[in-house]
Design a protein around this ligand. Sequence first.
Ligand SMILES: O=C(O)c1cc(=O)[nH]c(=O)n1[C@@H]1O[C@H](COP(=O)(O)O)[C@@H](O)[C@H]1O
Length: 272
Amino acid sequence: MTTQELTEQIFKKKSFLCIGLDTDIDRIPTYLLSEKDPVFSFNKAIIDATHSYCVAYKPNIAFYEALGVSGWKALKKTIEYLHSEYPEIYTIADAKRGDIGNTSKMYAKAFFDDLGFDSITVAPYMGKDSVEPFLDFTNKHTILLALTSNEGAFDFQTKKIGDQELYKEVIKTSRTWNNSENLMYVVGATKAEYLREIRKIVPENFLLVPGVGAQGGSLEEVCKYGLTKNVGLLVNSSRKIIYASDSSNYAEIAAAMAESVQNQMADELAKL
Ligand SMILES: O=C(O)c1cc(=O)[nH]c(=O)n1[C@@H]1O[C@H](COP(=O)(O)O)[C@@H](O)[C@H]1O
């Protein structure tokens, strides 16, 4: 999906919500465990109930890999279901990959070609030749970790090299790489005030902002510093939405939670 198509969907649905499919077999309603593929059943119900309130889904690959072959099958069924039933939805493989060039190329093929995701999260630590194999793909986005939502972000990302913080160096340098127009950046909602500085470097790029909901980030603050005239934000919430209830009407309750976030987003978009 192109950036333009994503932006059109955002204005159409008045939402820049990304729902994280961090589907944990230990947290889904127990009655689903008797089903053939409990993880897919859960995802399908969540997607059917919430798709009109969001523009993107982000399965976190760890939750699927942890289950071995059955987890990978559930992931594949989930992405195929999205492609066939809701092709307008933008998909993010939260895989946080990145390796020497020929290995990155294989990761890119796995997530873009085989699974058909629109985008993937990538760690910048190994530099240009580890990221460019992802950027080679047309109409696919590479979402580079810039300033993450966790406490450990302060261990390295905000440390200065020369006269600027590492996360700024990552963003600035990545803009010189081949096909850098395919880049988006991860910035944690828990560090919303940093968005003011980040927007000076990347006034237009889309940012994936996780950390509202369970991690306590504020949507209002994120919008204050991060929204652009073309929106430029995908705000992710996982646990707060998908585990809003563990009763039999869990999908309905998740939809109500997603709708309330979408309503706040519609208010923010109305201010543009
Ligand atoms: O790349 C990510 O999506 C990510 C980056 C980051 O800085 N912080 C962060 O929480 N995430 C992911 O975003 C999701 C947040 O989940 P919740 O805290 O449950 O909303 C998880 O899948 C995290 O792995």
